[in-house]
Design a protein around this ligand. Structure first.
Ligand SMILES: [Zn+2]
Length: 638
């Protein structure tokens, strides 16, 4: 990492506008000179995240996350600085040097997955062992192009397929075990394949990388009756079932075009839909829909169709989904399929028209819920009516106050519908809705407070676990920050001022390095920053903030450094100001020395020793006068 590396980082940052980058992950709403979005870093449905194109920064007012385009990708994709830089480079079409430092464990695991993916695919399409799987897929009416598009494969039944290939191609068994593809025998003698005699469905992340597999056992497998029909990859560092939607990498652009994303239950339902030209279809990985799914969905489509088999009576699933969707201000509609058919059977029996129509005419989920409630409670008299009205209004009350215009129109339509169906006045229904909404908001606030406290607790624990000081950052709300503010002591302020200047102007690092050592910094976080800048300088690398980010994997400290850099950039004559700050450090050093000498004087054994100490103290007083007064506290308020 040299000057070229730093120049390339600058080029990548210039090509990565914060609005475009954050906007590719989240839906942004213009708000004056900035943009607002629902923050992906804490559980929320209000638009707390501010994206500022002038400063090229984002900031969440609820959870406090701040940073630039690279930090956003780091936090969102859970990658380090170097990887985030590489992602933005490829997004901007900037070629980066081979390797580029991107060689950590996560990439190794992704590479292993890609390799295994290729082996399984080969086995399905090329080998005689794959014959039975090819016949099975043919029976399921999945065509060759579909099988290739989704990258299906086959894992043979002998339990040694991947282990053997891995050994011959020098893929470490530990890596294959870490991604959940092989396991170690209990007697410790070798390894076995976890997927056996199964058709392999690779599960991609939204960028199309294979991160896990779903395996469907062949129906005529000797072990079919004692094994689970479907087996998914276990949770690994790169695979989390509850974060993923099967087929989203293929569905997202069609969903954005159609303004709607359909969610079905099985892999083959997704594949059959795509085969019939209906491409805005995904499936969950057998887990209930959750807020992480919703955060992904809202990036691509404002409306979701939940497709399920009407005869399965999955209405509790609909209830749960409704509450979730309404909180995220995503319009949920329901398509219930006829005759106990799943989409796969339906599509292969009667083509795309019926399924397409079912998606287009999907019923608003609240309306669906209302119909179900009326079916169930209509004979219940007055209490039945109350149960129906409250049942539906309680869900409506959970919608955020900031919900969009479309949601408000839907709400009005539904209120009218309830009045008509139940013979109630609109004001009665509206009053009850507002009452429930107020109660809900109160509860929300309480929950948010509990959540914040939990976050703080986690941060405290994380800090202690890493063997760091309890608070690496001075800041409001932390014990150390409070202490700093109360004393407003020159020590931490001086340290901040030093970093403000040299972060804003890396050319001044050399001068600082000649006069202040990292040990003179009392604040552990700021000491770390200074140490790293000096280290870069020592290696003849540009001692600048973006270069620090490779060495300091601590987003909060980097965010703090960015803030200090901004303050430094507003300072006029930085070289002159640095001189004043360095004098401040000298003075502080002298004061400390004097204090120590006085302590020693207090315990001096004889007159000669005491006299010598007194002379030393006097000498230091002279030095202190020569370096002048400590700098005025201009940026102390920051
Ligand atoms: Zn946040």
């Amino acid at each position: 990492m040299n000057a070229d590396w730093a120049a390339l980082t600058r080029q990548i940052k210039e090509a990565s506008d914060i609005v475009a980058v954050v906007g590719s992950y989240l839906t942004l709403h213009p708000a004056g000179q900035t943009f607002k979005a629902v923050c992906p870093f804490h559980n929320d449905h209000k638009p707390s995240l501010d994206v500022d194109p002038r400063r090229q920064r984002y900031r969440c007012w609820a959870c406090g996350k701040v940073g630039d385009a690279i930090s956003f990708v780091q936090e969102y994709e859970k990658v380090d600085f170097v990887q985030a830089r590489a992602i933005l480079a490829s997004r901007a079409g900037i070629a980066i040097e081979a390797g580029g430092g991107v060689s950590d464990r996560r990439h190794e695991l992704i590479r292993a997955m890609k390799w295994a993916d290729g082996q399984y695919q080969n086995c399905l399409t090329e080998s005689s062992a794959g014959e039975r799987a090819r016949i099975y897929l043919g029976e399921r009416k999945l065509t060759g192009p579909t099988v290739r598009k989704f990258g299906l494969g086959f894992a043979p039944g002998d339990g040694q397929f991947l282990c053997r290939l891995g050994q011959s191609q020098q893929i470490s068994p530990d890596t294959l075990a870490e991604v959940g593809l092989i396991g170690e025998r209990q007697n410790g003698e070798g390894w076995y394949d976890r997927f056996r005699d199964r058709v392999m469905f690779p599960i991609h992340d939204v960028r199309g990388q294979t991160v896990g597999f779903g395996g469907r056992i062949l129906p005529n497998s000797p072990s079919a009756d004692r094994s689970a029909k479907y087996y998914n990859s276990s949770e690994t560092p790169i695979f989390s079932k509850s974060d993923l939607l099967f087929g989203l990498d293929f569905a997202r652009s069609a969903a954005a075009t159609a303004g709607c994303l359909a969610i079905v239950e099985g892999y083959t339902d997704v594949m059959m839909s795509h085969q019939h030209g209906i491409e805005n279809v995904v499936a969950t990985m057998g887990t209930a829909l959750n807020h992480r799914h919703l955060q992904q969905i809202t990036r691509y489509a404002p409306r979701v169709v939940l497709v399920f088999d009407a005869d399965e009576g999955g209405t509790t699933g609909v209830d749960r989904a409704l509450e979730l969707f309404i909180r995220h201000d995503v319009h949920l509609t329901i398509a219930a399929l006829p005759d106990s058919l799943d989409p796969c059977d339906w599509l292969s029996a009667s083509g795309p028209e019926g399924f397409r129509k079912a998606l287009d005419t999907a019923v608003d989920a609240l309306e669906y819920k209302l119909n179900r409630l009326i079916e169930k409670e209509s004979s219940g008299g007055v209490t039945g009516t109350i149960r129906i009205v409250d049942g539906i209004l309680k869900i409506m009350a959970a919608s955020p106050p900031s919900a969009g215009q479309a949601a408000k129109i839907r709400e009005q339509l539904l209120v009218t519908r309830i009045c008509q169906r139940m013979g109630l006045s609109e004001s009665a229904v509206r009053d009850r809705l507002e009452e429930l909404r107020r109660a809900g908001m109160l509860k929300d606030r309480e929950e948010a407070a509990i959540e914040r406290e939990r976050d703080r607790q986690r941060e405290r624990e994380a800090g202690q676990g890493a063997g760091q000081s309890r608070s690496i950052l001075p800041g409001p709300g932390t014990p150390e920050g409070d202490a700093n503010r109360k004393t407003a002591g020159p020590a931490p302020m001086l340290e901040r001022q030093l970093l403000e200047i040299i972060l804003a102007e890396p050319a001044l690092v050399a001068e600082a390095a000649r006069e202040v050592t990292p040990e003179q910094m009392t604040h552990p976080g700021l000491r770390k920053l200074l140490e790293c800048l000096y280290m870069l300088k020592g290696r003849n690398e540009p001692p600048e903030l973006d270069a620090l980010r490779v060495h300091i994997p601590h987003p909060a400290l980097i965010a703090r450094a960015m803030e200090m850099q901004e303050i430094g950039r507003t300072t006029g004559d930085r070289a002159k100001w640095l001189r004043t700050v360095l004098d401040g450090f000298h003075r502080r050093k002298v004061d400390e020395d004097k204090k120590q000498l006085r302590e020693r004087l207090h315990f001096a054994g004889d007159d000669a020793q005491a006299l010598d100490l007194l002379r030393q103290i006097q000498k230091r007083s002279g030095v202190a006068d020569a370096v002048g007064q400590p700098p005025p506290p201009t940026s102390a308020a920051s």
